[in-house]
Structure formats: structure tokens, C-alpha cells
Design a protein around this ligand. Structure first.
Ligand SMILES: Nc1nc2c(ncn2[C@@H]2O[C@H](COP(=O)(O)OP(=O)(O)OP(=O)(O)O)[C@@H](O)[C@H]2O)c(=O)[nH]1
Ligand SMILES: [Zn+2]
Length: 360
């Protein structure tokens, strides 16, 4: 067994409990005071951070190394990359995760059945990676920004592949004019070391970033650039680890700058996990302007005296309405929808029966 420093002791209901904490090591993988406080309410197990999630197995990082572990069947929520967990070894020496530490935040989406799927947890910054080539799609980006807003994660827009197209400047300018100025937009060449310098404000020690975007936009390339794949940085995944599961799982890597970066596989469908308030928050530029519309219930459509139409990018406004419709639809759970459908079936049947009874 490796030597560990028994560095953390806490007083909990008059008993001093000691969890095996190697603070310096855990700091390397993003331990903060807030997380330490949440770890400390538990009195059993060894803390680690989830570095990757495979179908039925986890890869944990204890600040020094990565190792496989299994989620205990008793866990009601499956850990996601970035989660902090507590594990114990069984008699066979296998690591079993028995406790999921309450996350500070989490990014999630809804799958086709409306079930919530956690993508990453305990994230400071989401890098939304979009190509300036055929991938360029401001509406999709606004959808991502809404997810970030609802999860309380600060967003950074990262535009790649500008070197491959002629209209990169025009597209970047268009996006800058469309999005609220508070959202940082960074243009990078994902393979070049300069990308790491441009993203340095968000990659300092103790920070956790997640890379999100469609397949092929350069997330893995950017991860390699940020982690300085060739530099020997402590717990960086070994060369032979990569490529086995990277396209089907989310995994945590250590940046040269000290941050943890979570690479995710390209997301094909992205049903945001949010409600009307989240949409309104993500489009707060529209909300702010709407205060000056003549009618308080202005739909910013054809109403006279509208302060939004003309001031906000027309497609952004359309996307805002589209996302509002979507979250209202999603708010009806599958059961609600079934109930709704059967209600209509009954009403239709009654209407048919009435029509038949009226026939001579
Ligand atoms: N010219 C150019 N090529 C890039 C840039 N970013 C990424 N690429 C290339 O695009 C291809 C796909 O990049 P990846 O990093 O694998 O994309 P990904 O987003 O991780 O894709 P998934 O893992 O499928 O989600 C690679 O061949 C990269 O070299 C860029 O800024 N400029
Ligand atoms: Zn209006």
C-alpha cells in the first residue's frame, strides 16, 4: 500500500472522525474548501474524484493516480465525471464507491425518454467549442448557454477551425453582435500552443472546466493542447489509456496550468434540462429590453412600441421563443403526456357517441 498522510480530522457531533485525506494531492484534482466541507460530513471511505465513466465502471483519481472502481448498487444516483465520491476496498482489493458527495453543481440533459442524464459535476467553466466551419450554429450555442446558466456554470465560447474557412471573421463578428457582451468568445487554433495561453484565464489551479460541443469540433485536440500531452504533468492519463474509451465516455485530465479539464464525447441531441426561468435567465438581454415594451405582455412579434424587436438579433429572438416552447413541453412529464392523450381519447370517443346518438 502507498503511504498516505492522515491530514484531515473533523469534529462531527462530538466524535472526532478521520477520513484519509491527502489535501495536497486532492487539490491537484480540484479540491476546494466547499468540496472539503461536503466530504467532511461523511465518516467512512477514501475520497476520490471521478475521472471517467464507462458503462458499468468508473475510473477514479485520488490526486496521485487513476484506478478502476465500481459504483455500489445501493447508490441512487450514478456518479458523473467531476463528482467527488468515497470508496472502500473489498476483500478482493476492488474499489467500490459507496458515497456520492453532494455536488456543487452539475450539467445535465434530457434523453429521448425525458430521463435526466448527468454529464459532468462540480464544474466552474464550460467551454462551448464550436467550429467556424460547417459546425457554426448560433442557435445550438444559445441552447448550450442556457444549460450553463441553469447549472450555474460560467460559459466561454471557443471558436475553432477559423483557419479552414474564408468567412471566419464575419461569423465571429456576427456571433459577438448576437450574444450578450458578458459572454467571453475566444478564437483558437486548437492544435497550437497559443490556444492554451488564450484560455489561461479559466485554466488556473483549482478550476474545473468541461468541454462541450458536437463531434469533431476539436475538443480532444484542445484537451491535448491544454494538458500539454508531451509534458510530464503528474496525473495526466498515460498515452496507452487514451483511445480505448475516449469517444464513448467523459474523462478528466489535468491541465498544465493546474486546472482539471473534462473532455466529453460529441453530443448529438441536446434536450436542455431547464425550465422557463432558465431560458429567461439565458436571454436576460431580451428580458431587460422588454421592460420598455409598450405592452407588458408583449410577444415582441408585431406589437407596436416593442423595444426588443430590432434591438435583438431576429434569429436570437426566434430561438428564445422556440426554447420557451420546448421547456414548456418538457415540463409535462411523460406521465402527464399519457394522461393528456388518454383524456383526449375519452373526449373524442364521447363526441363520436354524441354525434352517433343525434343521427336519425
Ligand atoms: N485546422 C484545424 N483543425 C482542427 C482544429 N481543431 C480541431 N481540428 C481537427 O479536427 C479533427 C477533429 O478534432 P477532435 O479533437 O478529434 O474533435 P472532438 O471534438 O474531440 O471530436 P469527438 O471526440 O468526436 O467529440 C482533428 O483532425 C483535429 O486535428 C482547428 O482549430 N483547426
Ligand atoms: Zn416587445
Amino acid at each position: 500500500m502507498r503511504q498516505r498522510t492522515r491530514a484531515f480530522a473533523l469534529r462531527n457531533r462530538n466524535t472526532t472522525i478521520t477520513i484519509d485525506f491527502d489535501i495536497a494531492a486532492l487539490r491537484r484534482i480540484g479540491l476546494t474548501h466547499a468540496i472539503a466541507a461536503r466530504l467532511a460530513i461523511h465518516d467512512r471511505g477514501t475520497p476520490a474524484r471521478v475521472a471517467a465513466v464507462h458503462r458499468n465502471a468508473l475510473v477514479l483519481h485520488d490526486g496521485t493516480q487513476e484506478f478502476p472502481a465500481r459504483p455500489h448498487p445501493g447508490l441512487d444516483t450514478l456518479p458523473a465525471v467531476g463528482d467527488w465520491v468515497l470508496f472502500d476496498h473489498n476483500d478482493l482489493g476492488e474499489a467500490w464507491v459507496h458515497t456520492l458527495v453532494d455536488p456543487l453543481n452539475e450539467l445535465a440533459r434530457r434523453d429521448a425518454d425525458g430521463a435526466r442524464q448527468r454529464l459532468a459535476a462540480n464544474v466552474d467553466t464550460a467551454l462551448f467549442v464550436m467550429g467556424l466551419d460547417g459546425d457554426f450554429n448560433p442557435r445550438r450555442l444559445e441552447r448550450y448557454l442556457m444549460v450553463a446558466r441553469s447549472a450555474d456554470v460560467s460559459p466561454v465560447v471557443v471558436l475553432t477551425k477559423g483557419d479552414l474557412v474564408d468567412d471566419a471573421d464575419a461569423k465571429a463578428a456576427q456571433l459577438g453582435a448576437r450574444l450578450p457582451p458578458a459572454i467571453p468568445i475566444v478564437r483558437v487554433h486548437a492544435q497550437e500552443a497559443g490556444a492554451a495561453a488564450l484560455l489561461a484565464p479559466w485554466t488556473g489551479a483549482g478550476q474545473t472546466l468541461v468541454l462541450l460541443g458536437t463531434s469533431g469540433v476539436g475538443k480532444s485536440t484542445l484537451t491535448n493542447t491544454l494538458t500539454g500531452a508531451h509534458q510530464p504533468t503528474g496525473g495526466v492519463r498515460k498515452g496507452d489509456d487514451r483511445g480505448r474509451h475516449t469517444t464513448t465516455s467523459r474523462s478528466l485530465h489535468l491541465c498544465a496550468g493546474g486546472a482539471c479539464v473534462i473532455d466529453t464525447p460529441g453530443l448529438r441531441s441536446w434536450q436542455p434540462d431547464g425550465d422557463e426561468d432558465d431560458v429567461n435567465a439565458a436571454f436576460d438581454d431580451i428580458e431587460a429590453l422588454a421592460a420598455d415594451c409598450r405592452f407588458h405582455d408583449c410577444k415582441h412579434d408585431e406589437e407596436p412600441g416593442c423595444a426588443v424587436r430590432g434591438a435583438v438579433d431576429a434569429d436570437r429572438l426566434r430561438n428564445y421563443h422556440k426554447l420557451l416552447r420546448e421547456v414548456r413541453h418538457a415540463a409535462a412529464t411523460p406521465l402527464d403526456r399519457i394522461a393528456e392523450r388518454s383524456k383526449w381519447k375519452v373526449l373524442n370517443r364521447m363526441a363520436r357517441a354524441r354525434a352517433q346518438a343525434k343521427r336519425p
